[in-house]
Design a protein around this ligand. Structure first.
Ligand SMILES: Nc1nc2c(ncn2[C@@H]2O[C@H](COP(=O)(O)OP(=O)(O)OP(=O)(O)O)[C@@H](O)[C@H]2O)c(=O)[nH]1
Ligand SMILES: [Mg+2]
Length: 199
């Protein structure tokens, strides 16, 4: 597996601030506190993204550039603001779509949306809505179920089945940023998406 080094590029609050499209990009999406920043760090093998002590912390799209051993840029990670956190003021949560939806819809280099759902929580309408919307704009996505380390084998099977049913997809990858479970498979899917994009 390629060893990447990760560099924080910038935080964007508007399309004008996005980095110029270059390498295949992977967006990390999900409810606040679901584990987006933790997963991104676990994949990158370093603490690039800030993990929240207070949920709802990430308000910008944070871009990270991953380069290979020869310092060649290979893949971009985009850590998106979480949605659905009650304490976020109405106006900010109403703001969410204003720059996120155009990003998800129009970003030319976006090769995969990694949609995170908490494996400890039943399927959420807001997550189902997001997936429906991604389907409607024809954007490739992969659902990952986070924090799988908190579940016993039986709970895991039961919760994954409920998520598959509730979200209308059979393709859900269980992961843990804490133990590293599923990360190798996720890297495989990320590299596959990037390769598709390049071809
Ligand atoms: N047990 C366990 N806890 C996790 C895992 N991933 C994340 N967490 C915890 O979940 C909390 C939220 O993690 P973040 O990575 O900050 O979540 P986020 O989705 O980036 O949150 P926002 O930026 O606020 O939207 C933190 O307390 C993490 O330590 C995991 O795989 N296992
Ligand atoms: Mg975060």
């Amino acid at each position: 597996m390629t060893r990447y080094t990760t560099r924080f590029l910038l935080s964007a609050m508007a399309a004008a601030h996005f980095p110029a499209p270059s390498v295949p990009e992977i967006a990390f999406l999900g409810r606040s506190n679901v584990g987006k920043s933790s997963l991104l760090n676990a994949l990158a093998g370093e603490k690039a993204a800030k993990v929240s002590s207070t949920p709802g912390r990430t308000r910008t799209i944070n871009f990270f550039l991953l380069s290979d051993e020869k310092q060649r840029p290979r893949v971009m990670f985009a850590d998106l603001p979480g949605y659905g956190f009650a304490k976020i003021s109405k106006s900010i949560s109403a703001e969410w779509p204003k720059f996120i939806e155009p990003y998800l819809q129009d970003r030319p280099t976006l090769s995969l949306c990694v949609c995170l759902v908490d494996s400890n929580v039943p399927p959420q309408p807001r997550d189902a809505q997001l997936l429906d919307w991604l389907r409607s704009v024809d954007r490739a996505f992969l659902v990952v179920a986070t924090k799988i380390d908190r579940l016993s084998g039986n709970e895991r099977t039961r919760n994954l089945a409920a998520l598959k049913k509730g979200l209308g997809t059979d393709d859900i990858l269980p992961v843990s940023a804490k133990t590293g479970a599923g990360l190798k498979e996720l890297w495989g899917r990320i590299e596959e998406a990037g390769a598709d994009e390049a071809s």
